[in-house]
Design a binder for this molecule. Structure first.
Ligand code: PLP
Length: 396
């Protein structure tokens, strides 16, 4: 029976529905070449090794892998993560600084939950990660989007925002950003660090793609793992499996970590402990770096196939980013051209992408779009980009 009573909270009403999911649903047609998804390539799932680990942890740890566990997560997995980050980024974090979360997405949500009061000033990249915009929106902040350039956030614009507003929380994706594929330069990281220190806001560096670098050298985080006003997020979703839903947050801020721990306890008690044992066992019994290298090699091949096809088939006046890793690149259309309108035509031509709109807080009919290259062969990528190029030549 229909009811006129509205059960939804203001919080729920302030969260936009995911346009991407709606798009993916609208194009369940096998003939469509889709650059719209954001899924890792199945090459990143070490199926046999994970199956071995599943059997081994049941044998070695018995009922522990099936029992309730502590909220912060499996201590030995947290120790592994701490050691890896210390070695790779020259940090000095320990297991106590880490909470295992149900994907890094849960960390974004829990941090927002414990830090944002309605109307608080929050800084995000423009364009920014849709999942963060969604998670933050639930807590009704005031968004301050700052333009993302080819080498990171526009620091001049950021300074202006920081002078005008008391920013409480900032969120960035420093490596191979979603949606643009852009990475922060060493200079921008340093500038950002100085601004975080000067204005003392809490900076989240969300880095699920950092391991997927296929060009250039890894750079230190702006503040992550170093200061008490920073949080670093990581994930096993892009390197082992997103299905296990395991990510983590690292921070030296004890008060904040305790608050997140309490919020996590209220949300789900702890992340899947069987999955945590399996991932840990996999990590200590296999060559994780060799596995990651396989993913990098494939993504590099797919990314260059896409860039070469763009150069061959797109008309002049269309710009694209050139990622050094990760899963996406970003295309900027001529001024005034709506990627939303282009999307409808593209579907008719059996090629799909994500229009730029959902990556902006309050801009519509933007002239940019996201392309994912990790799930099609180089040959298919070429055909898909040729289709898109033909459409662009007609409308440009
Ligand atoms: C920037 C960013 N952060 C977080 C996530 C969520 O990842 P996880 O599977 O670890 O929750 C994604 C997934 O696409 C992402 O692109």
């Amino acid at each position: 029976m229909e009811t006129t009573f509205d059960f939804l909270s203001k919080q729920a009403k302030s969260t936009p529905p995911s346009l991407i999911r709606a798009i993916l649903k609208a194009m369940q047609d096998d003939e469509i070449i889709s650059f719209a998804g954001g899924m890792p390539n199945p090459i990143s799932f070490p199926e046999k090794e994970l199956t071995d680990s599943m059997q081994r942890v049941v044998k070695d740890y018995g009922s522990k892998v099936f029992q309730y566990s502590i909220t912060a997560g499996l201590p030995q997995l947290r120790e592994y993560i701490a050691e890896r980050y210390n070695k790779k980024y020259n940090l000095d974090i320990n297991a106590e600084n880490i909470i295992i979360t149900t994907g890094s997405q849960q960390a974004v949500d829990l941090i927002a939950k414990v830090t944002i009061d309605k109307g608080d000033e929050v800084l995000i990249e423009k364009p920014g990660y849709l999942g963060a915009i969604q998670a933050f929106s639930q807590y009704q902040p005031n968004f301050n989007p700052v333009t993302l350039e080819n080498d990171g956030i526009n620091t001049k614009e950021l300074k202006r925002v920081l002078q005008k507003k008391k920013i409480k929380l900032g969120y960035i994706v420093p490596n191979f950003q979603n949606p643009t594929g852009v990475s922060y330069s060493a200079k921008k990281r340093k500038e950002l660090f100085e601004l975080v220190q000067e204005h003392n806001f809490l900076l989240i560096e969300d880095d699920p793609y950092g391991e997927l670098r296929f060009e250039g050298e890894a750079l230190p985080y702006a503040a992550g793992g170093k200061t008490t006003n920073s949080i670093l997020l990581g994930s096993f979703s892009k390197t082992i499996t997103p299905g296990f839903r395991l990510g983590y947050m690292i921070t030296k801020n004890d008060k904040l970590r305790l608050a997140v721990n309490t919020a996590k306890e209220a949300a789900d008690l702890h992340s899947n402990i069987f999955a945590q044992y399996v991932i840990w066992d996999y990590l200590i019994n296999n060559d994780f770096d060799a596995h990651i290298q396989k993913i990098r090699n494939l993504y590099q091949e797919q990314c260059s196939a896409m860039i070469n096809a763009i150069k061959e088939f797109f008309p002049n006046g269309i710009e694209h980013t050139t990622p050094q890793g990760g899963m996406f690149l970003w295309v900027t259309l001529p001024q005034g051209m709506s990627s939303m309108k282009l999307f409808e035509e593209a579907i008719k031509r059996k090629v799909a992408f994500v229009p730029g709109d959902p990556f902006y807080v309050n801009e519509r009919n933007v002239n940019a779009l996201r392309l994912n290259y990790t799930n099609a062969s180089p040959e298919t990528i070429k055909i898909g980009i040729e289709r898109l190029g033909a459409l662009l030549k007609e409308v440009c």
